[in-house]
Design a protein around this ligand. Structure first.
Ligand SMILES: Nc1nc2c(ncn2[C@@H]2O[C@H](COP(=O)(O)OP(=O)(O)O)[C@@H](O)[C@H]2O)c(=O)[nH]1
Ligand SMILES: [Mg+2]
Length: 385
């Protein structure tokens, strides 16, 4: 019986390997064409479960909870690197109107003042913000004047370069996670309710566990029991222990402290603390977040304070985000729901407004739909329509 299982397993592996080789073999058709650009492992197909795209080489997370059957492989998280390219279809679907309108306007013969105004309006409508929109138009105008030629390809290249420059290709978007000597990294996740904090905590935990790290989650959103339950569900799903309080309305700072204490004791690599985002009063918010941070810092250092912003809420969400940024020193932004909006310009606006980089992008509700933010991949997706 055992032999039979081993033989079946070997055959299955060989069949998989043969299949992979078949797909990797360069096509012999169309020899006149130049080599295609490096393609992502899977096309950005519509919908579909993102986990099903996992390449065969993806490592199985060592700390994933035991799951019976072959589902373990399908459930293995995708590596964080390259996710933005892989998920570009999500961006393209929601943002192409912006890209194609801009490209269309810029390709017009004889760009007059009115055309430039329309270009600026398009940028404003994408939530780029007044200052950055004006600046981008000025740059484009100068380029068009200097370079003259405006074939579609030249226009696309110009726009691509200027959009990437507006987003800031050189900003440090590294996530400070993983152990620092004898202590875990501590990540505090803050933001208005409904923006996607708990989901981001779960997705990030999953990705870090997939890369071999041990993660502990702290449910410091103690306002509703359902919030801790939601984090618990993620914890169970991804294989991260969740520190929570049984009592609704418990002191969030105590839960955060306890999570960090356990994280240190259990020698995990990263502790991620989820918080509540009630916008009661600014003073109340400042007190609460300030206290959580101070209390954690009795035992460890808070390495990242990630502010979650829902891209679909536009300038209004940005105003609310500002309140959080005043309450606590934000080190990076997680911009969620970029899959459901044509207002990707908020990336530029929020970075300018808060003075910190967008580090992660939420591109859907699936467990792997969180990507390190990559300016070039982002702009390419927008202009791909
Ligand atoms: N489409 C989409 N939905 C998201 C994304 N991130 C979160 N959501 C959804 O937004 C809702 C609120 O998320 P939740 O994590 O509970 O927000 P919280 O109140 O800030 O903790 C949930 O239905 C999530 O599935 C995203 O990147 N894209
Ligand atoms: Mg929540």
């Amino acid at each position: 019986m055992e032999y039979l299982i081993i033989i079946i397993a070997v055959v299955a592996v060989l069949a998989l390997a043969a299949g992979t080789l078949f797909f990797l073999r360069p096509s012999r058709r169309g020899p006149g064409r130049a080599a295609p650009p490096p393609a992502p492992p899977a096309p950005p197909g519509p919908g579909g479960t993102p986990t099903a795209e996992a390449p065969g080489a993806t490592a199985v997370a060592p700390t994933l909870p035991p799951v019976t059957g072959p589902a373990v492989v399908a459930e293995a998280p995708l590596p964080l690197a390259g996710r933005m390219v892989r998920l570009r279809g999500r961006l393209a679907r929601s943002q192409t109107a912006f890209g194609s309108v801009l490209l269309g306007l810029l390709s017009r013969e004889g760009l007059d003042d009115q055309a430039w105004e329309e270009i600026e309006d398009t940028l404003l409508a994408a939530d780029l913000g007044v200052g950055p929109s004006r600046q981008l138009v000025d740059e484009l105008r100068t380029q068009v004047r200097v370079e003259g030629s405006r074939g579609p390809e030249a226009v696309r290249a110009m726009l691509r370069q200027d959009l990437i420059a507006a987003i800031g290709p050189d900003q440090d978007r590294a996530l400070h996670v993983g152990r620092h000597g004898d202590r875990p990294a501590v990540v505090l996740v803050v933001g208005v309710n409904g923006t996607g904090k708990t989901t981001a905590c779960g997705k990030l935990a999953r990705a870090l566990i997939g890369e071999g790290g041990a993660v502990l989650l702290g449910a410091a959103d103690t306002f509703r029991a359902a919030a801790a339950d939601q984090l618990q569900t993620w914890g169970d799903r991804v294989g991260a222990r969740v520190v929570r309080s049984d009592r609704e309305g418990a002191d969030p700072a105590s839960v955060a402290f306890e999570a960090v204490r356990e994280g240190i004791d259990q020698r995990v690599d990263t502790v991620i603390v989820d918080t509540a985002g009630r916008l009661h009063t600014k003073a109340g918010l400042m007190d609460e977040l300030g206290k959580i941070k101070r209390v954690i810092e009795k035992r460890a250092t808070v390495d990242e304070v990630l502010l979650v912003l829902d891209a679909t809420t536009g300038q209004n969400g940005l105003r609310q985000a500002r309140v959080f940024a005043e309450a606590v020193d934000v080190t990076g932004i997680i911009l969620t729901k970029l899959d459901g909006t044509a207002k990707g310009g908020i990336v530029v606006a929020v970075q300018r407004e808060l003075g910190v980089p967008v580090k992660l992008a939420g591109l859907g509700e699936g467990p792997d739909d969180l990507a390190p933010f990559d300016p070039a991949a982002f702009v390419d997706a927008i202009l791909s329509g």
